[in-house]
Design a protein around this ligand. Structure first.
Ligand code: ANZ
Ligand code: ZN
Length: 726
């Protein structure tokens, strides 16, 4: 067999082998220390995978593989976040069942991801649209309900008057309906809400405990919007301010209103005792603070603009007040409760029943009201429907199926109706990381024992676009479940990082509409998965966005070919391990931890260059290079490893270590200059004294012949140059 590097031959072979031997399967009852690496599970769209998807998967795959080699029991799972709009809209257009569409899409994604040799534990694959999964999403919702954290409220939604459908924010483009272009209006609708604001303080404070990038913490904190201020009463109107010291400059009061107008009312400024007018204005939010402010035009820009517009007095030189006289300290948050219903089909049905029973004869409260679906009846499965059009008043398509809607009240047995709203597609992703710990459990969402072993997630990597909502929502669910003692840690993720997205060649965002999407299948077919993996890690710093380049794939491919050919140089001799090997082990080990995959690869390239220059290389040197490379290029390294006669996988080997004392070569070659000209080289031993080095240099025949008189100066630049001036 011509010994050429042929990824096609080796990659699928090893992928099958690994799946068969189960070397990437996490063990629940291992004595080893656990390590939980997590990526954001993908939404299986109809477009299939593009080259941007695997960047984070490969990044954390390197971490997961290194951890296994470091002796950890690693959980690196994968699943599908498959409820949501694109699939539902596709169903609406084609009439195809979203279940069927989801199955097709996940099959494609799975095949594509598997072709990349990522060490996911496929045995724990989960899917948020699987009734066995969403049974527990519904169960958790009922816990919220039971604890008073799920409630109904009238909330404005985006409403398209033409399509008669409620729209998600992302479906409203420039104030218009994304499908038909009609101006979107606000419509009040009863919605299910989750009381995330009850956790606002802890969601803010506990960010101190976790290892997230600073900008992620800042974004979360801005979203939560904690604000320390005081409440001050101006007669019967209470205002919220963060600047009580400016109270003497308050020349008017503003309460939230639909338009700007003077109410005709005056109140007393408690600091100055002056009567000041009360206005209504749009710029004061009804749902923040107390919905009323004191107007300090001298110090607040919006108040100044308002005062100038309506000719209200502006006092510039006023004495700053000591607020402890006037105010009551409070903390306010910008965070709002979470609108948790969607009038849609492709989501988890909200598991409650509305009882129709009229008021009880004893005159007490009417009927049973909202009755939770009993746990034994979970999951409330999504019924198969003919049509995905919304109901006549913008209700969910589920409202059209009266056989499904009409049920008996679980509490009194009377006529009742099912809730027809479904959950937003943030629901399934708010707890999926627990399910991975115990994905087959049909008694609990995950057993306490397994959660105790696996949680928290040691390293979670995901997109910057999810650092506010998804992270906040899942932290909220975690804290709620933690309070119920159902999960073991107060924070779900110990460490969070983000990858940069991959842009198209021209630096634009890859999108189907621009036609610039690159399919990884093509690259795998042409260059192999190892080249694609290496390229995606080498193309630039992991955390930065970077443009794709077809041309640049050749470099990583050539590097792999060189590694492949290096095996011809193996000699049996027991050559001393050179310092560069120790240096490379240190650099690659450190860089991986810092997400410096690109610099780790370049140091391996330097090592390979170095080895190439030698006539013979030792087994030890070559094996170390292979082990360092294994997390990046798992197939080629496994193939060579087997060829070298190993029975066990390279991915179960121990991660190479380096010797601190051997990072520097024992023998150092210095150059010797006489009057600035290079005249000789000098081999010295590590640790030789400056005096010794000087005298050795002066004694060299090539140097002596340029020294007709005593040298004036001899300067030693350690490990580099000896410079002699006559
Ligand atoms: C007087 C004042 C003087 C204020 C000054 C600011 C600067 P944050 O940090 O966002 O909490 N405010 C209070 N409630 C409001 C509402 N419902 N709608 C709009 N604005 C509101 O900011 C708090 C400040 O925002 C408050 O402090 C109040 O204006 C305003 F030189 O009071 B300040
Ligand atoms: Zn009832």
């Amino acid at each position: 067999m011509a010994d050429e590097y042929n990824p096609k031959e080796i990659e699928s072979k090893w992928q099958e082998e690994w799946e068969k031997s189960g070397i990437y399967h996490a063990e629940d009852d291992s004595k080893k220390e656990k390590y939980y690496a997590l990526i954001e599970f993908p939404y299986p769209s109809g477009d299939g995978l593009h080259v941007g998807h695997p960047r984070p998967y490969i990044g954390l795959d390197i971490i997961a593989r290194k951890r296994r080699m470091e002796g950890k029991n690693v959980l690196y799972p994968i699943g599908w976040d498959a409820f949501g709009l694109p699939t539902e809209n596709y169903a609406l257009k084609t009439g195809k069942d979203p279940r069927v569409v989801t199955k097709e899409n996940t099959d494609t994604f799975r095949k594509q991801i598997q072709s990349l040799g990522i060490s996911f534990d496929w045995a724990r694959e989960t899917n948020t649209t699987d009734p066995k999964y969403y049974k527990w999403t519904q169960w958790i919702f009922l816990k919220f309900l039971e604890n008073g954290l799920a409630y109904k409220a009238k909330m404005p939604i985006n409403w398209c008057p033409k399509d008669k459908i409620g729209l998600a924010n992302e479906e409203v483009v420039d104030g218009k309906c994304e499908r038909c272009g009609t101006e979107v209006v606000e419509k009040e609708k009863e919605q299910w809400m989750l009381a995330i604001t009850k956790y606002a303080d802890r969601l803010d404070k506990d960010l101190d405990e976790v290892d997230y990038p600073e900008r992620v913490k800042i974004e979360q904190r801005n979203w939560i919007g904690r604000s320390e201020g005081v409440l001050i009463k101006f007669d019967d109107i209470e205002i919220f301010t963060t600047r009580p010291d400016t109270i003497r400059g308050a020349t008017f009061l503003v309460v939230s209103g639909k338009e700007d107008k003077f109410t005709g009312k005056f109140v007393t400024n408690p600091a100055t005792k002056e009567k000041i007018p009360v206005w209504e204005a749009e710029y004061v939010y009804s749902d923040y603070g107390t919905g009323a402010i004191m107007g300090v035009p001298a110090d607040d820009e919006r108040d100044r603009v308002f005062a100038e517009k309506y000719n209200l007095p502006i006092v510039i030189d006023y004495k700053k007040a000591d607020f402890e006289e006037f105010g009551k300290k409070v903390v306010k948050y910008k965070l709002r409760d979470w609108v948790f219903s969607r009038q849609r089909y492709w989501g988890e049905p909200i598991p409650v029943i509305h009882c129709e029973k009229p008021a009880r004869p004893d005159g007490r409260s009417g009927g049973c009201g909202v009755v939770p679906v009993p746990e034994k009846d979970l999951p409330v499965e999504l019924p198969v429907v003919e049509k995905y059009e919304p109901g006549p008043d913008g209700e969910s398509p589920l409202a059209n199926i009266s056989e499904w809607v009409r049920v008996k009240c679980p509490s009194c047995g009377g006529d009742a109706k099912r809730e027809t709203d479904v959950m937003p597609n943030w629901a399934g992703s708010s707890w999926y990381f627990y399910r991975y710990c115990d994905d087959k459990n049909d008694k609990e969402f995950a057993s306490k024992e397994k959660l105790k072993y696996w949680m928290g997630v040691d390293w979670y990597n995901g997109g910057m676009e999810h650092t506010v909502l998804h992270l906040l929502y899942s932290r909220f669910w975690n804290k709620f479940l933690y309070d119920l003692k159902l999960v073991p840690t107060s924070e779900p993720y110990k460490k969070r990082t983000s990858h940069g997205i991959i842009l198209a060649e021209g630096g634009e965002k890859m999108s189907k509409s621009k036609g610039n999407v690159i399919n990884p299948d093509k690259i795998v077919d042409q260059f192999g998965a190892d080249t694609l993996r290496l390229y995606e890690m080498f193309m630039g710093p992991f955390e930065q966005a970077i443009a794709w380049s077809d041309e640049a794939l050749a470099g990583p491919r050539r590097f792999l070919e060189r590694v492949w050919r290096l095996k011809e140089k193996i000699a049996d001799s027991n050559v001393e391990i050179p310092a560069i090997l120790h240096q490379t082990v240190r650099k690659v080990s450190d860089d991986i931890e810092k997400l410096g995959f690109n610099t780790a690869i370049s140091s391996m390239m330097i090592l390979a260059n170095n080895l190439e220059k030698q006539e013979k290389i030792s087994q030890e040197e070559y094996k170390t290079l292979l082990k360092l490379l294994a997390p990046f290029a798992p197939h080629i390294t496994e193939e060579i490893w087997a060829e070298l006669g190993h029975k066990d996988s390279i991915h179960l080997e121990s991660w190479p270590t380096y010797d601190e004392g051997k990072l520097v070569d024992d023998e150092i070659v210095m150059t010797v200059q006489v009057n600035g000209k290079l005249r000789a080289t000098l081999k010295i031993e590590k640790g030789q004294s400056e005096e010794e080095i000087k005298s050795l240099a002066l004694g060299l025949p090539e140097v002596k012949k340029w020294l007709d008189k005593e040298p004036k100066k001899v300067i030693v630049v350690p490990n580099k140059v000896i410079s002699i001036v006559t």
